[in-house]
Structures are given as C-alpha cells and as structure tokens.
Write a protein of this length. Sequence first.
Lengths: 338, 552
Amino acid sequence: MDLVIARPEGLYCPPGDFYIDPWRPVDRAVITHGHGDHARTGNGHYLTASPGAGILRSRLGQDINLQTLPYGERLVHHGVTLSLHPAGHVLGSAQVRLEHQGQVWVASGDYKVEPDGTCTPFEPVPCHTFITESTFGLPIYRWPSQGEIFADINAWWRANSAQGKASVLFCYAFGKAQRILHGLDPSIGPILVHGAVEPLNRVYRDAGIHLPQTRYAGDIPRNDPLLRQALVLAPPSAGGSSWMRRFGEYSDAFASGWMLLRGTRRRRGVDRGFVLSDHADWPGLLWAIGQTGADRVMVTHGSVNVLVRYLNEQGLDARAFATEYGDEDDVAPTEPTP
Amino acid sequence: MKAFATLYLRLDATTSSNAKLEALRDYFATAPAEDAAWAVYFLAGGRPRQLVPTRVLREQATAQAGLPDWLFEESYQAVGDLAETISLLVPVRAHGSDEGLATWVEQHLLPLRGLSPEEVQRRLQPLWAQLDRPSLMLCLKLITGSFRVGVSKLLVTRALAQLAGLDAKRVAQRMVGYTDISHRPTAASYQMLIAAESADEHRQRGGQPYPFFLAHPLQAPTEQFDTLLGPPSAWQIEWKWDGIRAQVVKREGQLWVWSRGEELVTERFPELHSLAQTLPDGVVLDGEILVWKPGATPAELAVQPFALLQQRIGRKTLGKKLLSDAPVVLQAYDLLEWQGEDWRNRPQHERRRQLERLVEDHPLALVLLSPLLEGPDWADLARQREQSRSLGVEGLMLKQREALYGVGRTKDMGTWWKWKIDPFSVDAVLIYAQRGHGRRASLYSDYTFAVWDAPAGTPGRALVPFAKAYSGLSDEEMRKVDAIIRKTTVETFGPVRSVTPTLVFELGFEGIALSKRHKSGIAVRFPRMLRWRLDKPVEEADDLATLQALLA
C-alpha cells in the first residue's frame, strides 16, 4: 500500500488519515517547516518538530492546536509509526518518516544537506520510498561553499562602508536572513533589519541560536551617519518601496540560489547577487536520495520532469507528485521562492 | 586571461556607468599593451568568426560533465547561454594559467578554426583544465563569438581617453575600424589609440572613415513641430532611405566602403569600385547604398525593396545575374572630407552645397544626390511624407541646416531627426512560445504569432503562423505573459511550447513580402509587439486577407 498519495487537499497518508503540509484546510496536518507554502492556516490539528514550534506559532497564530515532537521520537497513530528527522532547511524543519506494515516512507519537505549553524543539520533516513523536492534539480546548480559566499558578502559590505554607502541585502525573512546574520562579520559595522525580519530573529534567539546584535532599521533617524556604515537585511518586497529612501545612497544585493545564473541576476537589477540557498543543489539532491537507499522516489516541486527522467535512467523507480509547493514548473520561476 | 575575466566580473556586477568606467581604467592602467589591444577589440564589439562549431563544444562539455545529451539541453534551456551553461556543468578547476589575453587568443583560440573535430577536442581539454569558472565562461564566449558585457564603445573610448589624457572624440576617431574583421589588434595598434596628439594625425588615417552621426527618432505629433523645431526653412529635409548606411572614402587613389557597423564592405559592392577612378582624392561621402531599378533614369525614385539588398549581403560570391538584377547606387547626402580636409565642423548647408558641386563637376553615374524636399509648413511636409510607403522609403529625415556632423547619437552639435512613417500593424494570436536568452533566460519571451486563414464565421478556420517576435513588452507584461503560457501549455516540443490561443497582440512591422519559405506565404520585416490587446478576443484577431491587402 502507498503510505502517501496526492489528494486535492495535499499529500495524504491513507492508513494514518492525516496530511503532510496540506494546501487546503484539513483536520490533521503534519507540518515539515514554517514557510508559507508548506504551513498554512485553518487546519484542525498541527504536528511539527519541537524546534519549529515558535516559528509556527509566530506565523500561524499563538492559538493553533499544536502538538510537537522532538527529532527522532516515535509516535503511533492509527497503526502508522511517525517520527520527524532534521531536514537542515530552516529552524525546526523536518523530514517525516512513516512506517506501516514493514514499509517505510520518508517525506523530505524542503531540505539542504550543508550544515549552516542555524538549524539541526540534515540527516539521511533509510527508507523504501523517498519523497524529494527538486527546486534546484538541474546539474547547473552546484553551490559554492558558504564560507566563500560569506567572505564575498563581508567584502562587499566592507567596500561599501569604506565608500560611505549603506549595504542593502535582500533575502527571505525566515531562514535565509538568520543564516546570513550568523555568517556576517559584525566588526565591520552596525547590522540593521527590516520589520519583517525582527520577529523571526527573536524566535531564533529564543531557540538558543546565536545571532549577532541587530537593530530595527525603523528606529534609526534618516541622515544618521550610522546608516552609511550599515548592512541592512530586508525582504525582497521592500525593494523599490518608499522604505528604501531612508538609506540615501546604497548598494543593493540579493541572496538566493537563483543568483547563480547571470540572467536571473540581471533581471533582479541589483548590484550584486550572492549564491546562497536553503535547498539542496544537484549533487546534494543526488547524494540525499542515494543515502536513503530508497528504490522508489517521488519527486515534488521544482524540476520534476528532469529529476524523474534522470533517476529512472539511473535505475530507480521515480515518479512525479503534483503539489502546490513552490513553483510547479520545470525551471527557475520568475519570482524565486526561498 | 584571469585579469580580463576579473574585469568582466566587475563590469557585470554593476549597473553604474561610473563604476564601469573605473573598472575599465583600472584594467587598462596595468594591462600589457598586447592584452589591452584585444580587450579593446572585444569590449568595443569586435568578434572573430566562430572558431569552433557549437556541436563540438557541447560534445566536449557533456563528456567532461558525464551527462546525457538531453540533460545538457535542459540545462541550456534554463540558462539561455551556451558558454555559461558549459562553465556551470564541467568540473570546477583551480585557475592554473598565467598567460595573458593576447597569448590565449592568438596562440590557443584563433588556431582552433578549421581544425578537425577530433583535433579540436584534443586541444580543448587541456585548455579548459587551466581555467577557473569565470575564466572558462569568458574563454567560451570568445570562442563562440558571443562575448557581450554591458559596456558601450563610447564608454571604452572614454576610459582610454581619460587614461591617455586625450579628447574622447579623438580616441573615437582613431578607433573607427578597430573592430573590423580584417583588423588584427596588436600592441602597436593599441598604442596608436592612446598615443599623444600628433601634427599629422589626419594623414595617418589611411582608409579610415569618420564615426557615423546618428539620427534620433521624432515621435511628437505634427502640430507640435513648430514649437519643437521652428519653421521648416531651418531644416534640410530628405527622404529616409531604407538601405545600408555607408561612408565612401577615397584617398590617394584608393577606395574604401564602410558600413555603419564600421565594417569594411568594399568587396560586397563591386559596382562602386569605379569610383576609385572618378572621385577626386581626399573625399569622404556619407550616404545610403540602395538597390536601384535597372535602367531607371537618374530623376526617378527607383529604389527597390530592402529584401533584394539583403539577398546580396547574404551571398559569399556575387554572380553576374545578381549584379545585373540587383545593381546598387549610393544616395549621397553628406560630405565629410573635401580635398583631404575634415569638413565635419562646417554647417550642414555648407557641406551640402559642396556635395552638390562635387556631383555636378564629376558626373558619377553611381552616386545620386539625395533629393531635398521643401514645403511651406510642417502640415504640407506631413502630406508629402504620406507617399513614403508607395515610394519605398521609410519617411523623412530632418537635418538642422546649422548642424555640425557629430559623433554617434550626440545632440550637442546639432540634430538629425528621423521622422518615420507608422509601421504596418495587425492583431495576431500567440500560438507558440520559447524561452529567451540573456536577461530573459528561462522566461517565455520569444513568441510565434498567427492570423486566421479565413474570415470570422467560416467553419473550421485555423490559425496560420506568420511571424516571430520577442520585443516590445515591458518586463511586467512579459512576466504576466510567461505565467499565462505556463498555465495554457498544450504540448512541449523541445524548447517550444504550444499554447491554447488566448493572447492577442498588435504586431508592428516595417515591410511585407511574398515568401515561399513561410507557411502563410508571407514574410514580414522587423516584427515586434506594439500592444497587448487585452480587449480583443481571439476570434477578432486579423486574418490572412488583412495581410494580403497590405501587400498591394
């Protein structure tokens, strides 16, 4: 029996009668992580990994009916043994392991295989069937080491600061922003954040993740010389808005895996693109799939057709799962998701 | 190579002209002259012919990356640039070459042309293995002739001028012809660009033309012309020819013909070679090369469609038949040099008067004097302009009588306006889409358009494709169209998607001709999207009869 099938409401586990990251309201939802396309409002019961509780409550409301489970701990529901395992994507992200009548399935949600210091690193979980994402499922996507990228970001900040220009770095407020904060060299200058980033920093700090000191950008008066030495983290939606006027002259940059391509970088129209992703690159996807030992792979959101065809050519039984996560298309979406 | 790759990255990483200028100055300040010579060549738009067939590069890349062909193709479709795709797929190497740009180009890359695929493969492997990712991408762009970075020739000129303490116009003058395919950049030719001003500057120029003066489009309504331009009497008014803009240079018994792209095209127009005998020395004419109806009297406006000229340009050898069917003339409209003296700083009317005298004194069958138009007011000229299409011209040119001959699209020395007629237009339906390149990589931005093959109400009528277009939409519109294409895809053939017809666009184009190569039987010139017709249902798009009516 298939332990997970695609239903109009989301990925569904028939013997357990619950959903994983449903996109329509259901009674029981297991949430892999707190990004908007995976964690939606309106579900009756939520189950998520313990480190993700703060995030989920801050995004979906303090009053959701939430049960948490530490990584690796087992829970039996309608005869299905369920446990959550680190996915290394963002704080609290988990892979969902399901076991029923000797069959083991793992749904990965979104994952990244390189440890980043702001969440528990990805851990391969042996299974018969692995459900994998494919956001960056093309061999062109090979990430530079994050050490190199952080050195580039710090050098860019230092150079701007020397010229008396603010450095505005656009990135997603949850996950990416905290990961960047973790890698910045705070000796270069003050670090300011947009109002969308600040509450998430609080959740990370409450969870014991070390982040350098940050200030809310809105508290700094216009023309304060401090702005010209600062690095500012803001969500992409702040670009081109009147909020940006306070910084006077600034250099801007965008941090995302999509910045690897010259075309997407130029379309963004920012000075710099830093290649930093919360998702596995092509070698990462293949490594993770290999580590599970699964002979059956279900591919969701991203380059679905490419990865399915490639895995089949490698002798695996790979199929597509239609979901509403991220972008459903075969290539880089126009508006990149985290 | 590494230094040039670093320059490329710096130029590519910024949108500010000042930052680019600084990067260029930094590079040229330290680059050895032989490397700088090639850097100027590539930055200013010079391209050697493709050195290695694309197929060979792809084979080498898939082999090194250990990937199946289809996955290479998928990757290429997502990236939209061959050089970048390959550099992203092959194994990453540390940079191991300290040879300069000139050594790479002259000793490693140029010799690849014409070698057997096996030999090319054998040489490429060790070459690639020495380059880090940015240098490899750059090297591949040089090999494929697709090197482009957001730098204008003008900016390169300014950087060199600043570095050498020269007037930018002087450097621009020296740079004319620098990127011509016949010119091979050397340390000496670079040093000539930045050398101190000399007394015999003028005599050193050989067959060099002058930088072309370019016109600005005039789009205001005619009623505003009096305010914008003053009375017509202040202007020299001519037809806007639809041919090849060219300068004919005659010095010391020799003749050179240069196209607007600063390419030497003398060999392409044997008809003009007799001018080497008939034109006096020290003369430079500016004008338009056109195919002229054989046997027409000089007074007739007998210009033939651009399509005929295009056929000639495409040919490697010009047969007798082609030369007699499609002979060319030069419609001369400016005189830039007279008796060896640079006349560009004399006013338009003075240059014109001398040009008229020249043509009168030296009957040159092949050089026609571009006729002047006159009219009491702009309304009258607008009426004359209405005849453009039937005469085979693109509209009118307005040249300030007092204008000096500027460099490029400058306005500080007087202005030339092109007052073009409105393009043809039809409402067409988008039926296929393909992803774009460069800035549009991975966006569905290249479209095929169709019209109906029968009038509305005809049962079973179908859409016939007739034109491809990819320009004219704003970024915002393109994103919306991209999303609709992804949602309405019917089938995918390789990189192309067919869609359920839902989108109607007003397409504009410059010319229309019968064609056997197109399914619709019609070929249009320079098609582009004028407007997204959100108000028009697909059924109300135009049909073939509309196109056929435009042919008349």
